[in-house]
Design a protein around this ligand. Structure first.
Ligand SMILES: Cc1ncc(COP(=O)(O)O)c(C=O)c1O
Length: 435
């Protein structure tokens, strides 16, 4: 069935794309049951598709648009740098400037290396953890996404029958073609379950190189972990000589200037950043403790990339981080307030229409779940929500001109206005009435 709102130009563009692009899309995340969104242009909190249809956008490029689309700040920085040269694959002064900003803003950042995308930064973190500790085992949590590369593409949204026991889940590969023993050194555990983590450390603590987690889980609902869980992950890794890695690709600069680690008050050994850090330009960073990062400095662990510290991306990152740092006292409270207005408004509307809606998250990013539960703590809880009703809600919102991440995640930007929130709530009112 075609998407209810796809117009003729989008349908034509999709037909054309399907002839030359595998599946008609360049990322599996853009697959759609019908014709995917074909964007013509975007500005601030709005985007327009090729058929001229306007959307209030809460996807924001899957997170990067923290300052809104086509931010003049980013556009000017990009244009100015593009005229000075696009790719040097050599040192330039902007990269130290951006690294200094990262070290000033992010609690765990003492040294930095840049890459282009989040998956690469995570790959670097995993290799560095193994190279630094001389151990092999990585612990990840069910429902956490750390990019599409082989070592970590397991148990993001696994089939429950394949994943088995909630306390001791199997590592379920997210693709054909992963190495046959790819999960041999990976342990998957339930998120937010300190006992399960402590049990593994008691059992195999001296083999564990690192625990990797989203400090606020944004790929399976939007879950702020229990303080005891986050603090426990910190103390167990320290006690057993393993590293704690926070994957802040979504949370970084979005939930606070210092990322999720600032919000939950736990400082990891390593962290990865991407998405919001350069206003939509492709850049990621691996940051962390000096002595750990020095395993890269001294050449023991290899890290490279033609486009690393790409000058145009660095110019964008410098502009964005300077703004977020200098204007933090104004921007973050406003962003959280916009998030609160929207979250409260959605709760009220759902209540009026008798829809069991749970809305949760820090505000700059949040999740709507359709469920009778009072909280969602992990992937199993998430899987128990009414995901087909959520998909239907997404469809109705989309048909009304509100674009959210289909699984129910909402990203906000500093460009969203109260008037746009009110307009969104009007669309939601109509959507809930029909749900
Ligand atoms: C937490 C997290 N880590 C890593 C990644 C991978 O980043 P990228 O898509 O830029 O490779 C993502 C992407 O959504 C993510 O959400």
């Amino acid at each position: 069935m075609d998407h209810p709102t796809s117009g003729p130009k989008a349908a034509e563009a999709y037909e054309r794309a399907r002839k030359v692009i595998a599946g008609g899309v360049s990322s599996d995340a853009r697959r759609s049951a019908g014709v995917p969104l074909f964007v013509d242009h975007a500005a601030g909190a709005e985007l327009w598709d090729v058929d001229g249809r306007r959307f209030l956008d809460y996807v924001l490029g899957q997170g990067p648009g923290l300052l809104g689309h086509a931010s003049p700040l980013v556009a000017d920085a990009v244009a100015a740098q593009a005229r000075r040269g696009v790719a040097y694959a050599a040192q330039h002064e902007l990269e130290a400037e951006v690294a200094e900003r990262l070290c000033a803003m992010v609690p765990c950042a003492e040294l930095v290396r840049f890459n282009s995308v989040g998956s690469e930064a995570v790959h670097g973190a995993i290799r560095l953890a193994r190279g630094h500790t001389g151990r092999t085992v990585i612990i990840k949590f069910e429902g956490n996404y750390h990019g599409w590369l082989d070592p970590v593409l397991y148990s993001v949204h696994p089939d429950l029958a394949a994943a088995g026991d909630a306390r001791h889940p199997a590592a379920v590969g997210g693709s054909a073609g992963l190495p046959p023993n790819g999960a041999a050194d990976l342990i998957v555990l339930p998120y937010n379950d300190l006992d399960a983590l402590a049990e593994i450390f008691a059992d195999r603590g001296d083999t564990i190189a690192a625990v990797i987690m989203e400090p606020i889980l944004c790929n399976t609902g939007c879950i702020t972990p229990d303080p005891e869980f986050a603090a426990g992950a910190r103390s167990l890794t320290t006690e057993h000589g393993a590293l704690l890695i926070f994957d802040e690709i979504i949370t970084g600069f979005r939930v606070a200037p210092g990322g999720g680690q600032e919000v939950i008050g736990v400082t990891p050994d390593l962290a990865t950043f991407g998405k919001a850090m350069a206003g939509g330009m492709q850049v990621s960073a691996l940051v962390g403790r000096r002595d750990v990062m020095d395993t890269i400095s001294n050449g023991t662990v290899a890290h490279a990339g033609t486009f690393n510290s790409h000058p145009v991306a660095m110019a964008a990152a410098n502009a964005v981080l300077t703004e977020l740092h200098d204007q933090a006292d104004r921007l973050y409270p406003a962003l959280r307030q916009t998030g609160r207005s929207l979250m409260d408004g959605l709760r009220q509307i759902a209540g009026r229409h008798g829809v069991p809606l749970l809305v949760d998250g820090p505000g700059p990013v949040f999740q709507t779940y359709i469920t009778d539960r009072s909280e969602v703590r992990d992937y199993r809880d998430f899987a128990g929500c009414d995901r087909s009703a959520m998909a239907r809600l997404h469809e109705l919102l989309y048909a009304g001109g509100v674009n959210i991440v289909p699984r129910g995640l909402w990203f906000l930007s500093t460009a969203h206005t109260e008037a746009q929130v009110a307009e969104t709530l009007d669309v939601a009112e109509a959507a809930f009435a029909r749900l």
